[in-house]
Design a protein around this ligand. Structure first.
Ligand code: FES
Length: 316
């Protein structure tokens, strides 16, 4: 994936652990607009690549902004980013979107917990400005931990439902209350910690079709041990590639000179998604929706495998 150089043009401390970083082109030209809900890869000071949702105004175009929560127990990506200073240069990818606003929906329910607010912020900003019907349910431990709460309260107070310090049972009943009165053709969008997302998605699917539930996860799905994998073969452009138990499809294609765009390599960003022309994928990603997985027409080739012995793939 092509990367572009950007300069850190501003840094805002949102909460005790969350900073917003603004990225501009070094020559001052606009970075461009993006579709609400999109994310970018950020190659940090330690050369780690991480995905962050864009939270600047999608229609702005001058700068991109990402909000990063400092995670002391992470593999170092967020800690290193928190050391950035205005004027530092780093690299980012073009925006990609796995959480796009559904054009067909008559109403949109955004559900965010913690730092999961970031994609929802760009979506809320866009829908508010463009007169699109939505409501935002924002779960946070405390008011002080809730990044962008003052901004949201200022811009769209009547669309914002803030749920502070509620326990797990309360979370479920609040979501049920929100969704049982949602009009038909409502779409639901979820982002937050893994356990919260599982619960929110399962509640949402009680009220709207699976295909109307959208989510963005920044957590890799738990993977089976390599020893439990089976080998299989992949056919691409008439060539057959043997995928052994200890290698991914992407690794084998790469070894054979077939370039597939990748980013996270963990099944969470969607960059490596390919089309399945024949065969049954064994999905191990956290990026395709349940409906997409059941349809079996797409596969994230960095982590997913074959439920049988033969997959025929094409570029997405
Ligand atoms: S590279 Fe990110 S999902 Fe495969």
């Amino acid at each position: 994936m092509a990367l572009i150089d950007v300069v850190v043009s501003d840094i805002v401390q949102e909460t005790s652990t969350v900073k917003t970083f603004y990225f501009a082109r070094p020559d001052g030209t606009p970075v461009g607009r993006y579709s609400p809900g999109a994310h970018i890869d950020v190659v940090g000071p330690t050369s780690l690549t991480r995905q962050y949702s864009l939270c600047s105004r999608p229609d702005d175009g001058d700068t991109f902004a990402v909000a990063v929560k400092r995670e002391e127990n992470s593999r170092g990506g967020s800690v290193a980013l928190h050391e950035l200073a205005v004027g530092d240069i780093l690299q980012i990818s073009e925006p990609r979107n796995v959480l796009a606003i559904a054009d067909s929906a008559t109403h949109h329910v955004l559900v965010a917990a913690g730092i999961g607010i970031t994609p929802m912020l760009s979506m809320a900003r866009y829908m508010d400005v463009h007169g699109i019907s939505f409501e935002l349910h924002y779960f946070s431990r405390t008011e002080e931990d809730a990044a962008f709460l003052p901004l949201l309260r200022d811009r769209c107070p009547e669309k914002l439902f803030t749920h502070l310090g509620v326990d797990r049972e309360q979370q479920e009943s609040l979501l049920v209350t929100a969704l049982e009165k949602a009009p038909s053709d409502t779409h639901v969008y979820v982002c937050g910690p893994e356990g919260f997302m599982d619960k929110a998605i399962s509640v949402a699917e009680r009220f709207v079709a699976e295909a109307a539930v959208h989510f963005e996860s920044f957590h890799a799905a738990a993977q089976a041990d390599a020893v439990q994998n089976d080998s299989f073969e992949v056919e691409l452009d008439g060539e057959i590639y043997e995928i052994p138990a200890d290698k991914s499809i992407v690794e084998v294609l790469d070894e054979n000179g077939v370039e597939i765009d990748t980013s996270c390599q963990e099944g969470i960003c969607g960059t490596c998604t390919m089309t399945v022309l024949a065969g049954v994928p064994e999905h191990r990603d956290n990026v395709l929706t349940k409906a997409e997985k059941e349809a079996g027409e797409l596969i994230a080739v960095c982590v997913s495998r074959c439920a049988g012995k033969h997959l025929v793939l094409d570029y997405y």
